[in-house]
Design a protein around this ligand. Structure first.
Ligand code: 0A1
Ligand code: ZN
Length: 873
């Protein structure tokens, strides 16, 4: 909490630390009401002539402080509200500090806190300073030894980073010692204490070393660990095969905790996971949950190299580890499942959530240059756009040179805290490709808009493609320069086959990756030997995170939907066609499919050669959030109504086909979370949703599937169909019986909450208030808050944007309530309110008024203050 206006931290103010901490020795004594933390730091001067040391500290009670074995006298140090400055220092010192902290009162879930009966930590980005006074910055890297002393009976499991050294019990106290031989910043520190059960397995690394793998969970969850272990083993093997990265400790541990602000955390050797991102069994977890677990387990594991062995110099470099690691986990998921489906899923997030962020008041570059609260910068821009930027490097360099670049990066910087510049330099040095221009992607915020026009010359047999790019202004950044955009493309002949490509200037074309290098504000490329006018397929594989303005007729789009050899662009052509339909429905208040369009959808549904999950995506309309990206002034009700009209028309026109498809894909095989089954279920349940929308028979089938399902994917899909039917007599009993069946399993109850809060039919303001008062809800648990409030505000858009502003008020009330207890969650909830400027005037005013109401609360956390003040501009 703050009194004065918080100050922004600037990248340009970065200074290397005065002292490094060679070794850090920590001793934790866990008592019921408080914890005593003893720290002993071996300090070494790092800047010539430096005599002072800055330590960070928050919410700490200082008990004692000694320098080189002597109490430090008061004139040698200055205690600030969140810092300690020690003066008169020399070359080397031993600094010993004792603090008292109160984990049970820690509702912010940063630092050391209690979740249920266990203790756990979250130190990224700046949580360690809530444990003890320390130079809590990522460029201070130290070898940590951790001792934990706790009641032996209450806490049979005591864990920290690295390898176990010893564990003894005396006088009812358990005393465990852990040593992490790898230097690390404090943000990677972790401690866990609890009465936990463990699932154990092994992994033999590529050089033949044996690693013990352990997943610790609360006892009731021990039957939900198999999949995470399997995903971990596959991740470890994949990182060896694809990136040559081997694991480097004797043990790798994961702990599942119920109260966690984010998805998971890559603490060295001891990953801590939100239980929703690691626990699964067929009865309780959906296919989507299995896939999330697979990718997050991989993500955290991959951080061991991209983040831990090579870490960030400062938090402005956050995307160095996050963008690269998301790129790595995306590659893993693509290899484990379908690469095209993964690309579609990632592009959808970019185009809805990231493009919206890039066009709003919180827009920031992948490498920001200022922040008030770093927790606000764990964003889709840092993660997903950061991944796309790395992906463009991969397209520009090609797989082989990219791998050389990553090898060089890891070899050069192992054990160091570095910047994004060092990453790009390694890519440049290994490939011999000058990447100076490419670096603009890291510095400029905003989504480039690329417009394309073509001209075919039948006589000369040439096609000219003119591309123009422009990146809009964003807060505090104007007059942006052109960026290097890799445009992967193809030209389709009349049969839908790819033509051979010859282009001028030849140097702008990389044949292996079929990429055109577009680097200026405007460029014209001339394709020769084009014997018939082609249909152009631009930005295949979503080759750059840009908005594309390229007028293609519905006929061309239908052609691409049928024939494009690039799966991503087939899907994209379908989405663009559907956007036309939705526009048409909005303009005329009615819609019906043309026979050719109906035919195209029907043949997709019947196409058993295509990946079934891909078919499901091809038949899913663009989301309301994506549609709103195309309006200057967003009218959520109009978008909802027109999208519904198209959805209804498709369901009516193809109801028999959806029924056939559903029945064809019903299977009696025992459930397994394997790609072949997951993709079939995705299409089956999509077909059910269309079929049940327009026929009683379909809705009855949903009821039957709900009652007889042996897995959560089918049960939940059926429940959602019933909830969305708007038929109270069908939905209400199903919701009651589901709750009775699953009320003791919090992760399933969260899905039950979301199914209601996110439904346009059911997620009304009144119903959300009912859910908030339900015994299943708990304001202290971030998963519950997300399951109800975030899901409501991001998915039940017609209700959130209710004309009297009640949806906005509900969200603002939640933010105000959480501002003091959990600022990170409060701030993350705010995102939907940041979009007020794009709404129709009446809604815009109502939303803005809620932001102002929050602002006038006073005593805002830095987290909430930053988002609200930037949103109000
Ligand atoms: N580094 C983690 C993300 C993370 C960030 C902050 C957290 O606490 C506030 C927790 C996790 C990752 O990328 O998975
Ligand atoms: Zn990460």
């Amino acid at each position: 909490m703050r009194d004065a206006q918080p100050k922004a931290i600037q990248l340009s103010d970065y200074r290397a630390p005065n002292y490094q901490v060679e070794t850090t020795h920590l001793r934790f004594e866990l008592f019921n009401d408080y914890t005593i933390v003893h720290s002993k730091l071996e300090l070494v001067r790092h800047q010539a002539d430096a005599t002072s040391l800055h330590l960070d500290g928050q919410e700490l009670e200082l008990i004692s402080i000694e320098l080189d074995g002597q109490p430090l006298t008061a004139e040698r140090y200055v205690l600030g509200e969140e810092s300690m400055e020690i003066h008169g220092l020399g070359e080397r010192h031993t600094l010993a500090i004792v603090t008292r902290i109160y984990p049970a009162k820690n509702t912010a879930l940063e630092g050391l806190y209690r979740s249920g009966g266990m203790y756990c930590t979250q130190c990224e980005a700046e949580g360690f300073r809530r444990i003890t006074y320390y130079p809590d910055r990522p460029d201070v890297m130290s070898v940590f030894t951790t001792e934990i002393i706790a009641d032996a009976e209450q806490f049979p499991v005591l864990l920290s980073n690295g390898n176990p050294v010893s564990e003894t019990v005396s006088d009812g106290k358990r005393h465990a010692v852990w040593l992490d031989p790898h230097k690390k910043p404090a943000y990677l520190f972790a401690l866990v204490a609890g009465d936990l059960k463990v699932k154990e397995d092994r992994f033999t690394t590529m050089s033949g070393r044996d690693v013990v793998l352990k997943i610790f969970v609360e006892p009731q969850n021990i039957d939900k660990t198999d999949y995470a272990i399997d995903a971990l083993q596959r991740s470890m093997r994949w990182d060896e095969e694809v990136y040559g990265r081997e694991y480097d400790l004797d043990i790798f541990m994961i702990v599942a905790v119920d109260d966690f602000n984010m998805g998971a955390m890559e603490n060295k050797g001891l990953n801590v996971f939100n239980s929703s991102c690691v626990l699964a069994n067929p009865a309780t977890a959906t296919d989507a949950a299995y896939q999330r677990i697979e990718s997050i387990v991989a993500h955290e594991y991959f951080h061991n190299w991209s983040g831990n062995r090579v870490t960030c110099r400062d938090w402005f470099q956050l995307s160095l580890k996050e963008g690269f690691t998301v790129f790595r986990d995306a590659g893993f998921s693509a290899d484990m499942n379908s690469a095209t489906v993964k690309r579609v899923e990632d592009a959808k997030i970019m185009r809805t959530v990231q493009f919206a962020e890039d066009g709003g008041p919180m827009a920031h570059p992948v490498q920001p240059d200022a922040y008030i609260e770093i927790s606000n910068f764990y964003t889709v821009t840092i993660y997903e756009k950061g991944c796309e930027v790395v992906g463009m490097l991969h397209k520009i360099l090609g797989a082989e040179k990219f791998r050389k670049g990553s090898d060089l990066y890891f070899a050069r910087h192992d054990g160091q805290a570095v910047t994004i510049n060092e990453f790009v330099s390694a890519m440049q040095d290994a490939s011999g490709i000058d990447l100076t221009l490419f670096k603009r992607w890291y510095k400029q915020a905003g989504t480039p808009i690329v417009s394309a026009t073509t001209k075919y010359d039948a006589e000369a047999k040439t096609l000219s493609l003119t591309l123009r790019q422009h990146t809009p202004d964003t807060p505090k950044q104007t007059n942006k320069l052109p960026v290097w955009i890799p445009v992967q493309l193809g030209l389709l002949d009349a049969n839908g086959n790819d033509m051979a490509i010859q282009v001028e200037p030849a140097a702008a074309w990389t044949p292996e990756s079929q990429v055109l290098h577009f680097k200026e504000a405007e460029q014209t490329f001339v394709f020769s030997g084009v014997t018939t006018e082609p249909v152009v397929s631009l930005f295949r594989d979503f080759s750059a995170p840009v908005k594309v303005q390229f007028d293609q007729t519905p006929t061309d789009l239908l052609f691409l939907l049928k024939h494009d050899s690039d799966g991503f662009n087939r899907w994209d052509a379908g989405q663009r066609l559907m956007l036309h339909w939705i526009e048409q429905a909005a303009a005329t208040s009615e819609f019906s499919l043309a026979p050719t369009e109906r035919e195209a959808l029907a043949s997709l549904l019947a196409d058993t050669e295509l990946d079934a999950a891909m078919v499901a995506y091809l038949l899913t309309l663009p989301s309301e959030a994506y549609i709103s990206e195309f309006s200057d002034v967003v009218d959520p009700l109009r978008i909802h109504t027109s999208r519904e009209a198209v959805c209804q028309a498709i369901a009516v026109d193809l109801s028999a086909e959806f029924k056939d498809c559903y029945l064809r894909l019903c299977s009696s095989d025992e459930y397994a979370p394997i790609p072949a089954q997951m993709t079939a279920r995705a299409l089956k349940n999509l077909a059910l949703s269309y079929w049940a929308r327009v026929t009683d028979e379909g809705l009855e089938q949903a009821q039957q599937q709900f009652a007889s399902a042996d897995n959560m994917t089918d049960q939940m899909a059926a429940l959602i169909v019933m909830v969305n039917s708007g038929n109270e007599a069908v939905a209400a009993p199903a919701l009651t019986s589901f709750y009775q069946q699953w009320q003791t399993d919090p992760l399933v109850v969260n899905q039950w909450l979301s199914a209601q809060a996110g439904s346009s039919a059911m997620g009304t303001v009144e119903h959300v208030k009912y859910l908030l008062a339900h015994p299943a809800f708990d304001w202290r648990n971030p998963n519950k808050v997300r399951s109800v409030i975030s899901i409501f505000a991001n998915q039940s858009l017609v209700n959130f944007h209710r004309e009297d502003g009640a949806g906005y008020a509900l969200l603002a009330d939640a933010v105000i309530r959480l501002n003091s207890s959990n600022p990170q969650i409060a701030s993350r909830l705010l995102t939907p309110l940041t979009k007020w400027q794009r709404l129709v005037p009446t809604l815009s005013q109502l939303m803005k008024a809620e932001l102002q109401r929050i602002m006038h609360q006073g005593n805002l956390s830095k987290d909430v203050y930053e988002v609200v003040s930037k949103s109000l501009g």
